[in-house]
Design a protein around this ligand. Sequence first.
Ligand SMILES: *Cc1c(COP(=O)(O)O)cnc(C)c1O
Length: 387
Amino acid sequence: MNYLTHLECSLTHKQYAADQLIRVSDAGLPLLARYDLAKARAEIDRDALWQRPSNMWRYRELLPVRDPRFITTLGEGGKPVLPLPRLGQHLNLKQLFVKDEGQNPTGSFKAMGLSAAVSRALELGVDEFVIPTAGNAGGALAAYAARAGVKAHVYMPNDAPTINAVEVQMAGGDLHLVNGLINDAGREAAQGAAVGGWFDVSTLKEPYRLEGKKIMGYELAAAFNWRLPDVIIYPTGGGTGLIGMWKAFAEMGQLGWIDDQRPRMVAVQASGCAPVIKAFHAGAEATAPWENAATQAGGLRVPVAVGGRLMLQALRESGGTAVAVSDEHIMRAHKEWAYTEGMFVSLESAATLAALQILTDQKWIHSDERVVLFSTGSGLKIQVQQG
Ligand SMILES: *Cc1c(COP(=O)(O)O)cnc(C)c1O
């Protein structure tokens, strides 16, 4: 049912067979799924896809699952692009939009990545999963594992929002609270995986979460009638969304679905944990671990990024940039988005509005450009504080 041909090391381009359970390349780096796009170009009618249900699997030929019986879905994907006219007016932007991934099952776009990864792993024989998480990825894995009737082990910082622990436990996940950050959780998850024989679906340490998240790029193109916007502003943690969308644009180019115009990609991080921003402005090829990472935007509290090199490539090839924003600025933007447009987004999402305010001040964005903010999660998952 799909055009998947092989996997490829993101650095050395060494090829690997696709129909095997594999995590990273021999070089220890992310593997990218490759498809026969020439054949797909000849056979898929882009516009006929609109007759299918509006979810991520509308693009199933360009996703890794071969047998549809393994698709584990809760209706992820197909979430809207909405105009932001009132915020746009404040910022003197005529064409400002949000892609609202907060409407996904489990309240974040982690659902898309984990639907793809769980479905494909089930097809390859996995029946027990493990994940380290800042919070939302753990909730999503637990949900999809429950949906498939298999076991999930989740390693999460003990100061993650309570809702993330609750959603894992409600779904029957085996929750381990870790004294540390997501990279510490990663170490403990790897130990658990080694002992228990569980399949580890850490960010970019298996090839298919990226495939689910790339669909945001396909959906964005479709929403704009296959003319990509000028600027995309994305709240960056592990970077799967950014890397995935950049991959989607390349694929759609080869499919003949879009022309050569590409958006300038902007990575946003919190100033208390900004390894990508630092590496970008230093002209580095890869990111370095960030010491004492701290931000209230938990999804951005990712001090070590396996995909650092790929993110920096996407930012540079696109002519984009990287912006750090303070937690105070995130909090202000968060409220402003809610009272100006009626949208209660996650703090990570609010960081994109804060970055946009900085970029319009700097005149890096012009008033007639089409700009898309990514809301990656719902405000309903925030640790509630009064005031
Ligand atoms: C995980 C997460 C992010 C970061 O996403 P990446 O694609 O891994 O960079 C941003 N926002 C929210 C709400 C998240 O859960």
